[in-house]
Each structure stands twice: as structure tokens, then as C-alpha cells.
Design a protein around this ligand. Structure first.
Ligand code: DC
Length: 226
């Protein structure tokens, strides 16, 4: 039996991490975990409960709740207590507030414990901002995906077009602000982990980036076997 690896994929918003990580996991038969969805879930609840400006209350609410990530067939569903909130996590309002909520140290502590529980026995492709640096610094393979702001704006626009009234300029502004906040925060800032393989996806096709990562994983699995 080949060893089931822990694969970390980090990078800024819109770098293609999610779609790539999901496809990679499907091709190699691993479980895909989208940790951003967990931060989005806490943000959605904070908005709904009117707690955005009260970080201590957000943490308390989170501690008193049951949040689970259910991974099946490449999809992640987020269940908050008994409510499936998966479809509520991609709104502009959540986008605009998620960096602030994810900068609360106690929120990160809570979610990181859950992420480690889900990933520790391997066979996972876990995607986020701090997987290779904080959640699993001992991951068997780490990738850091980047892309130019122009390219990331185009991708996000395509993704949300039709679902909300958005224009490209707003998306660019949100991505750029999130880049600054995610990279500049004091706890677990977004940065390339030691030993991570950096892939600039600006000029790669989806197939090219997926193949590149799958090939590297296959090679590493073989090294563990021999
Ligand atoms: O990957 P995403 O855009 O869905 O992530 C939403 C936000 O969550 C992102 O702006 C930063 C935060 N995040 C984080 O701080 N740490 C992670 N491991 C994943 C996401």
C-alpha cells in the first residue's frame, strides 16, 4: 500500500487553489479539504448574528457551536450545528469580512484543531493560506500557487458573474485588499512555506497545473514506497 500523504496547497485568493486542489484530490483518490470555507462559515455566522465587531463574542459563539466539514466526492459541505450553510459562503458580504474574522487568533486556534483532526491520518489535499506553514508544517508535499492580480480578477469575475451584481473593479479591489490583510496579519500570515514548490498559474492552463501537481505527488508516493 502506498503511504497516504498530506498535501498542502496554499496561495492568495483567486490563484486557482480551490479548483486545482479539488481536481488533484479527485484524480489521486484523496480527500479534498477547503479550509477557507471554514473561515467563511464563521464569517457568515458572525454577520447573521450581528457579531462582526465583537471578536470575543465571535469566538464564544464558535466554541459553543458544532462546526463540521463533510468531504465527499470532491465537495465540501459545511454544517453549522445542524444547518447546512455551504451555499451561503460565497457572497460579497462574506468576501468583504472574512479577512477580518480570520485574523482573530482564537478563531484560528479553534479551526486549526479541527483541520488537524481531519488531515492527520493522510490521504488529504488540504487547501488554504497557512497549511504548509502552521497547520501541517510536516506535510509530505507543499505547493504555493500564485497568479497575477489581473488574472485572479478575471477568474473570480467569471466565477461569480450571474450570481450577484458585481463588477470587475470591485472584485479586483476585494482581492487586493484581502492579499494585503492575509499577508500582513500577525497570526499565520499568508506566505510561502519552507520547502514549498511555487507554481505561478497565470499562464498555465488548468490541465497543466493539475498535471504538474499530480505528477509530483505520484513521484513522492513512489519514493515513500521504495
Ligand atoms: O480560500 P478562500 O478565499 O475561500 O478563503 C477565505 C478567507 O479565509 C481568506 O481571505 C483568508 C482566510 N483563510 C485563512 O486565513 N486561512 C486559511 N487556511 C484559509 C483561508
Amino acid at each position: 500500500m502506498p503511504k497516504k500523504l498530506i498535501i498542502a496547497i496554499d496561495g492568495p485568493a483567486g490563484s486557482g487553489k480551490s479548483t486545482t486542489a479539488r481536481e488533484v484530490a479527485t484524480r489521486i483518490g484523496y480527500v479534498y479539504i477547503d479550509t477557507g470555507a471554514m473561515y467563511r462559515a464563521v464569517t457568515f455566522i458572525a454577520i447573521r448574528e450581528n457579531l462582526l465587531k465583537n471578536h470575543a463574542a465571535v469566538t464564544e459563539y464558535l466554541k459553543a457551536s458544532e462546526i463540521s466539514i463533510v468531504a465527499a466526492e470532491g465537495e465540501n459541505r459545511i454544517i453549522w450545528n445542524d444547518e447546512d450553510i455551504t451555499l451561503k459562503l460565497r457572497s460579497l458580504e462574506v468576501n468583504d469580512n472574512v479577512s477580518e474574522i480570520s485574523s482573530i487568533p482564537e478563531v484560528r486556534e479553534e479551526l486549526i484543531v479541527k483541520q488537524r483532526m481531519v488531515g492527520q491520518s493522510g490521504g488529504v489535499v488540504m487547501e488554504g493560506r497557512d497549511i504548509g506553514t502552521v497547520v501541517f508544517p510536516q506535510a509530505d508535499l507543499k505547493f504555493f500557487l500564485t497568479a497575477s492580480l489581473d488574472e485572479r480578477t478575471k477568474r473570480r469575475f467569471k466565477e461569480v458573474r450571474g450570481t450577484e451584481q458585481v463588477d470587475e473593479e470591485n472584485i479586483r479591489k476585494n482581492l487586493s485588499e484581502r492579499d494585503d490583510k492575509d499577508s500582513g496579519r500577525s497570526v499565520s500570515p499568508l506566505k510561502k512555506a519552507d520547502g514549498a514548490i511555487e507554481i505561478d498559474t497565470s499562464d498555465l492552463t488548468f490541465e497543466e497545473q493539475v498535471t504538474m501537481i499530480v505528477d509530483t505527488i505520484r513521484k513522492t508516493e513512489k519514493e515513500f514506497r521504495s
